[in-house]
Design a protein around this ligand. Structure first.
Ligand SMILES: NC(=O)c1ccc[n+]([C@@H]2O[C@H](COP(=O)([O-])OP(=O)(O)OC[C@H]3O[C@@H](n4cnc5c(N)ncnc54)[C@H](O)[C@@H]3O)[C@@H](O)[C@H]2O)c1
Length: 269
């Protein structure tokens, strides 16, 4: 399928690993030019590796997405160096490191940092991108949320609540930006084997010493069989395939939608 994304400028926030890295890789395969941004300095090595693998133009940037001035500086430098911004992807995310079943295993003081990382990252990125995207009347935004934002997940309540807010803000942004021909969608992964997912297992283990012997693989296999109708992992590449499709003209009439790439975990009857 020809997605016609050649030479478009893409910013991926949260690109140092996991899903963000796979999304950056896939846009490079589509011959886009990709800014890889993350607070982890691994982002420089990842940008170099992806350049070597694909031959595409990569630009690594280290920043903390919770700091609005750092995000505006990033967008300004993309415009200065590459002249435009076509697609914004926010794949930043972090959990509390605690298992919230019940929710009072956490304390209210655990919440603000998680809301900052998962919700304000998206809000900051959208605000910083708008002045550059609106005058051109084209482009897309994609915010990575989670199945946890739709099902009252007991895993990590501040994370789930922030991801639910990402979906709601994505709908607000889609409505406001539609008149400027900019589409905004929300990608909702299910179970993907990444650093973030492994931390959830560690938080679950910490709750109860008897769980220490349950490996990540065994914990995940049981969970997948229990919650995922298709009974298998989702992969970073599955997310990347949906991300490039949504950015492309093939999805020209898709906006304000939450796309669950989750093996069927969330089904709204
Ligand atoms: N892995 C899963 O099973 C799963 C499921 C549902 C949703 N998600 C979501 O997918 C997205 C990608 O997560 P992942 O699983 O690839 O995890 P990951 O930990 O591999 O990637 C998250 C990236 O965000 C970066 N990051 C975190 N806070 C940041 C900040 N303040 N500034 C800049 N960068 C920051 C991290 O350094 C990391 O590189 C996240 O939004 C996550 O919530 C993941």
């Amino acid at each position: 399928m020809d997605l016609k994304l050649e030479n478009q400028i893409v910013v991926v926030l949260g690109a140092a690993g996991g899903i963000g890295r796979a999304i950056a890789h896939r846009f490079l395969e589509e011959k886009c030019r990709v800014v890889l941004a993350d607070r982890n300095d691994m982002v420089e090595q990842v940008a170099q590796e992806l350049h070597q693998i694909t031959g595409g133009d990569t630009l690594p940037v280290m920043l903390d997405v919770t700091k609005y001035d750092e995000v505006t500086a990033l967008m300004d430098s993309v415009l200065t160096q590459w002249g435009a911004l076509d697609h914004l992807i926010v794949a930043v995310g972090a959990g509390s490191g605690k298992f919230g079943d019940p929710f009072w295993n956490l304390s209210p003081v655990d919440w603000p940092a998680i809301v900052e990382q998962n919700l304000m990252s998206v809000v900051n990125a959208a605000h910083a991108a708008v002045p550059h995207m609106v005058p051109r009347c084209l482009g897309t935004m994609l915010f990575v949320s989670s199945v946890a934002g739709q099902i009252g997940s007991t895993t990590d309540p501040p994370y789930s609540a922030a991801k639910a807010a990402v979906i709601n803000f994505g709908q607000c942004a889609a409505r406001d930006l539609a008149r400027h021909n900019i589409r905004v969608n929300i990608l909702s992964p299910g179970m993907v084997k990444t650093g973030l997912n492994q931390l959830t297992h560690q938080a679950w283990q910490k709750m109860d010493p008897s769980r220490a012997s349950v490996s990540y693989e065994d914990w995940a296999a049981e969970k997948i069989q229990r919650v995922t109708p298709l009974g298998r992992w989702q992969t970073p590449d599955n997310m990347a395939d949906m991300a490039v499709f949504l950015a492309s003209h093939r999805a020209a009439n898709v906006t304000g939608q939450t796309l669950n790439v989750d093996g069927g975990q969330v089904m709204h009857a």
